[in-house]
Design a binder for this molecule. Structure first.
Ligand code: H2U
Ligand code: ZN
Length: 349
């Protein structure tokens, strides 16, 4: 197949197709003059509701924390008790279920001005350790079935504050996206007896075209079925259904790889690169789930420069996802940028 002509690709994790139109990316990449980056925020912002010692919007006051700081979201999307009684629907097309859960905010650092790629290595490791500790705690609860960890970075992705932070929403039920992945991974396991993502990774590590970076424990690829221009997928090399299955070396290797990946992103267009990222993992439902392989998705919206964003609208909303640049071209560009990162950015005081 000529991959420089329009074609569609299948996402085996979700069962969805993506239209790839590489001929559109052949138009010249000219004339983009990016505006100067916004001024750096201060190390501590007295008006920030995430900085140590500051009051939050609903009245609580943050402690003078020095590491990672987790608090219950003051405006949670989920409550600890059922919000709606399960009942027989008035019509079979009108189904509803009670949902309960926990929403937390995870501040990555007391420093208001450092993004994840700029954190000292030990602090990035502390973020991963916190994710795992949160999953240990919440996953053990009877009323929690799934834990979604994510970060919205940058105003372009709707982050409300530059202070480095992520969130955790833990629910009783398995949400839509991981539920699609669960169905696909279960079907692959039933047929082949191996995790879908282990088989995919084995192919990519042999092929190399879409591999961006790897270390002893993790591999990062631009997936064959990527939708966002510079979308990436980070997968452990060993079989690890959940975040809590990673050993200490793997947790440290994950932190190191995520810093290298996000530094690569920042260097691509010379801006603090916006994205939504998150961890997918097996449900915390008491079953082993050998079909599952935990992984992280990065969905960055930027397409051609610091200011040109890819919108998923119109055809994407109504028909199917579509991209211009091929995943192989994206991987090549990111690899070239990554090769120039020989040392971490200079430390700021
Ligand atoms: P985002 O930047 O990804 O929107 O995350 C900020 C979260 O912080 C958001 O969910 C919560 C918001 O509800 N928040 C608090 O819990 N307390 C506050 O004082 C302000 C924001
Ligand atoms: Zn702050």
């Amino acid at each position: 197949m000529d991959t420089q002509r329009p074609h569609r690709r299948f996402n085996p994790l979700t069962g969805e197709w993506i239209l790839v139109s590489p001929q559109r990316a052949a138009r010249p990449w000219l004339g983009e003059v990016s505006p100067p980056p916004p001024p750096r925020p201060p190390a501590h912002d007295p008006t920030c509701y995430l900085c140590p010692g500051n009051p939050r919007a609903a009245g609580a006051v943050n402690p003078a924390y020095s590491g990672v700081f987790v608090f219950d979201n003051d405006f949670p999307a989920l409550l600890g008790s059922p919000t709606l009684e399960d009942n027989t629907p008035a019509h079979p097309l009108l189904r509803a279920q009670a949902e309960r859960g926990v929403c937390r905010v995870i501040c990555f650092s007391p420093r208001h001005d450092l993004t994840f790629p700029e954190l000292p290595a030990a602090q990035a490791r502390a973020v991963i350790e916190t994710w795992v500790a949160q999953c240990e705690e919440l996953g053990a609860r009877e009323d929690i079935g799934y834990i979604q960890i994510f970060e919205n970075k940058g105003a372009l992705m709707g982050a409300s504050n530059p202070h480095p932070h992520g969130q955790l929403w833990a629910t009783q039920h398995l949400p839509t996206e991981p539920a699609k992945e669960q169905r696909a991974q279960q079907a692959w396991w039933a047929e082949h007896g191996r995790p879908l993502l282990s088989d995919y990774l084995a192919h990519e590590r042999t092929d190399r075209t879409r591999v961006l970076m790897e270390n002893d424990s993790f591999v990062c690829v631009v997936p064959f079925w990527a939708v966002w221009p510079f979308e990436t997928l980070v997968v452990p090399r060993a079989a690890r259904p959940r975040l809590i299955d990673l050993n200490a070396t793997e947790r440290a290797d994950l932190a190191a790889l995520l810093q290298r990946l996000t530094r690569t992103y920042d260097a691509l267009f010379g801006v603090s690169f916006p994205y939504s990222m998150g961890v997918h993992q097996a449900p915390y439902d008491g079953a082993a789930h050998p079909e599952w392989q935990t992984h992280l998705h990065f969905y960055p919206p930027l397409l051609r420069s610091a200011t040109v964003k890819k919108f998923l609208v119109g055809y994407e909303m109504l028909a199917q996802a579509q991209r211009d640049l091929t995943p192989e071209q994206a991987a090549e560009r990111l690899r070239a940028v990554c090769a120039t990162l020989d040392s971490p950015p200079p430390a700021r005081s």
